[in-house]
Design a protein around this ligand. Structure first.
Ligand code: SF4
Length: 210
């Protein structure tokens, strides 16, 4: 898809954002900007991010989120990852974010995690905007988290989840390390545990954050 540089950034819709990271190494190949959206109705038992399930209250206009992403990238940033929460429950807004990010950053790699299956996202019951959001993505990890079937492959929480290469295949895709985690400390002091931490690390960080 081509994107005209004369096109104006939309001021609506907005994205309910839970958290933002500028230099993550555990949410896809290479160094990435990560946007965690707020809101998910899928309720997978054992979900790592239960704080992101409630509907959002902090909405960021598409134009502002695009600017924040573009300002956050460094010279070696490979792409943007959308996680959550459930990105496909905000697919229309995120499709717009992807379109405008790629307009100004053509080489960007766009990656999303979703609890929906790829087939569901392409089917008649897909959430609104799913086809548009999918059309921008290079990589997708799909499927509900199943706590009884943990996985050790990069970026997958359980063995049912699949990595789809929908667009550009990153050079580092097969060379990535196994599952890893990282800790971000937000400017406001909030501690953010990201990636695929084991239960002991999750407990330790929860205690730190109290
Ligand atoms: S889809 Fe993702 S955020 Fe939603 S409950 Fe499942 S694992 Fe958690």
């Amino acid at each position: 898809m081509s994107h005209s540089s004369s096109k104006k950034l939309p001021t609506d819709p907005s994205v309910a954002v839970s958290a933002f990271a500028v230099d993550s190494r555990v949410n896809g190949p290479g160094r990435r900007v990560v946007v965690w959206v707020q809101g998910c109705t899928l309720a997978c038992p054992g979900c790592f991010n239960p704080d992101t399930h409630a509907p959002g209250t902090a909405f960021v206009p598409v134009a502002a989120l695009v600017r924040r992403i573009l300002e956050a990238r460094g010279p070696t940033t490979e792409g943007v990852t959308f996680s959550g929460g459930e990105p496909f429950q905000q697919a229309t807004a995120l499709a717009a974010v992807c379109a405008f990010v790629r307009r100004d950053w053509p080489a960007v790699s766009l990656f999303a995690f979703t609890g929906f299956t790829y087939e569901a996202l392409r089917g008649p019951q897909a959430p609104p905007g799913a086809a548009g959001f999918l059309s921008h993505l290079d990589l997708l990890v799909d499927g509900r988290y199943e706590a009884r079937a943990p996985d050790t492959r990069p970026w997958r929480g359980s063995t049912n989840q699949r990595l789809w290469v929908l667009g550009r295949r990153p050079a580092a895709l097969t060379a990535e390390r196994g599952r890893t985690a990282e800790i971000h400390v937000e400017p406001d002091g909030r501690v953010l545990l990201s990636g695929f931490p084991d239960a002991a690390l999750r407990r330790a960080v929860e205690q730190l954050a109290r």
